[in-house]
Design a protein around this ligand. Structure first.
Ligand code: ARG
Length: 486
């Protein structure tokens, strides 16, 4: 349709090379809605007549229900929709739809509308997953587990504490995406190919009709920039790395060596040869798909970095990276939520491992600190206790008074105090005494859980308000369209 200045048509192979029609199925509806707003504005600004607007809007309404034929010969969805509008409305009216805009502002508009919807969907999925983490945490406030640093047992902790940590990680993903939305939800429509138009359009009016909070003011910026795409995919890359880390924990903990958790059958795969196997393939795929999303970010940044200012066709290629990023993150979140809600937790095993590993050493040292002994000295005493326990192959709690005496050699500490503290310190007592803000202590779990439930509710309200605002704008636009075409 556009090739009036050019001689020959594209060969089949070149058309296939140039065409983005397959990727464009994701933005077809946004393209139609954007065209509705643009047409209404052209009419309101007396650039086209009511009759022209009516014919164009009727054609667009019809196209909303249409399944597009990807073998139409069109280069992209913008060309296809315009040519179908012209076919239906006639050139006299349909030929006016593309007045005062370009595919450059159009495609930027469609991508922004797509990403803002995806952000809202992902934010909702995030809240569901966070809620699942908190609800499982609620049931495991007393489930003792070892906490690890360097993948070596570090301190005694609670499973709820672990889950709440990831609830907070995902809350930050939520906040990041929530912030990104503000920069995505700005309208580029009406920027034209790059420098604007001499026709008396109203960019603010189309922005409002389409539920945008603001405009990308500078028309060069509006048509050239894809930083909002890079930001979105970067935020999702961080989110995916967070999901990947949880996945790795769960893969490890579901091994027979750990046996801390058991994944529900529906989230595992059998082996083709070994009948006893129950493989955590689904979580492994979250790790694998995270790599794909990071690859998408790399592809996008690489595309943008060397591009001269102004639209370049290279930008067409980044669309599939966006769609794949959204799709992966949505399904990963949905799946993780279900994995959490169906997880079997082997409380006995977690407790056994915790109690058999002298994880209360630091708690003993801290109790000695409360007797006025410098921490560096108490650290040394407990170090000797752990070493003696290790060599005599028994837990600290089973050390004899002679063995305990060895630990205070070279200090002024009374070994009886050490004995007393050892006999009164267990994993449970240490978790009762752990009072610091945000710690594994029992009391902190209760406080953090109720605080997080409150936060999730507030986030839900924020997202619902955002969605309602967009939906209301699109409904109003639809009403205005219907008034003209009735
Ligand atoms: N199919 C193109 C894309 O997805 C649309 C914009 C084309 N603009 C142009 N001047 N060739 O990026």
């Amino acid at each position: 349709m556009y090739r009036s200045r050019l001689g020959n048509d594209l060969s089949g192979i070149t058309l296939d090379y140039v065409s983005s029609i397959d990727d464009d199925s994701e933005i077809a509806l946004y393209d139609i809605i954007g065209s509705q707003a643009h047409t209404l504005m052209l009419y309101q600004k007396n650039i086209i007549t009511k009759n022209d607007a009516k014919k164009i809007l009727l054609a667009l309404k019809y196209l909303k229900k249409e399944k597009f034929d990807s073998s139409s010969g069109a280069e992209d969805i913008h060309e296809l929709i315009e040519s179908l509008v012209i076919k239906k409305a006639g050139m006299a009216s349909g030929g006016k739809m593309h007045t005062a805009r370009s595919r450059n502002d159009q495609v930027a508009l469609d991508i922004r509308m797509k990403i803002r919807d995806d952000i809202n969907i992902i934010c909702n999925c995030l809240l569901d997953t966070i809620e699942a983490l908190v609800s499982v945490a609620k049931n495991h406030q007393k489930t003792i587990m070892p906490l690890y640093t360097h993948l070596q047992q570090a301190q005694a902790g609670l499973f709820s504490h672990y889950l709440l940590a990831h609830a907070d990680v995902l809350s930050r993903d939520f906040q990041r995406l929530y912030g990104t939305f503000e920069r995505v939800n700005q309208s580029p429509l009406g920027a034209g190919p790059i420098g604007g138009t001499s026709l008396p359009i109203d960019r603010h009016s189309t922005a409002k009709m389409l539920g945008f909070d603001d405009l990308v003011e500078n028309s060069i910026d509006a048509t050239s920039t894809r930083d909002f795409v890079a930001e979105y995919v970067a935020m999702i890359s961080i989110l995916m790395t967070n999901l990947s880390r949880i996945s790795e924990d769960f893969v490890l903990w579901s091994t027979s060596e750990f046996s801390f958790i058991e994944l529900s059958d529906e989230f595992t795969s059998p082996s083709s040869v070994m009948p006893q196997k129950k493989n955590p393939d689904i979580l492994e795929l979250t790790r694998g798909k995270t790599a794909e999303v990071i690859g998408n970010l790399t592809a996008i940044l690489t595309t943008i970095k060397g591009l001269a200012t102004g639209y370049g066709r290279d930008l067409q290629q980044i669309k599939s990276s966006i769609w794949s990023t959204s799709k992966i993150s949505i399904s990963s979140l949905l799946i993780l939520k279900s994995i959490l809600l169906t997880l079997k937790v082997n409380e006995k095993q977690m407790k056994k491992v915790t109690e058999s590993s002298n994880l209360i050493a630091l708690d003993i040292a801290e109790k000695l600190v409360q007797e006025g002994i410098p921490f560096r000295v108490t650290h040394k005493i407990t170090g000797v206790l752990v070493q003696t326990a290790y060599h005599s192959k028994k837990p600290i709690s089973k050390l004899t008074s002679t063995e305990i005496k060895k630990s205070v050699v070279g200090t002024k500490v009374n070994p009886k105090i050490v004995s007393k503290i050892i006999s009164s310190t267990t994993v449970v007592s240490s978790l009762k005494d752990r009072k610091s803000y945000g710690s594994s202590g029992y009391d902190e779990q209760k406080r953090m859980i109720s605080d997080r439930i409150q936060k999730i509710n507030n986030y839900r309200t924020d997202i619902t308000n955002r969605e309602n605002k967009i939906n209301l704008s699109i409904e109003n636009l639809e009403k205005q369209v219907n008034e003209i075409i009735r």
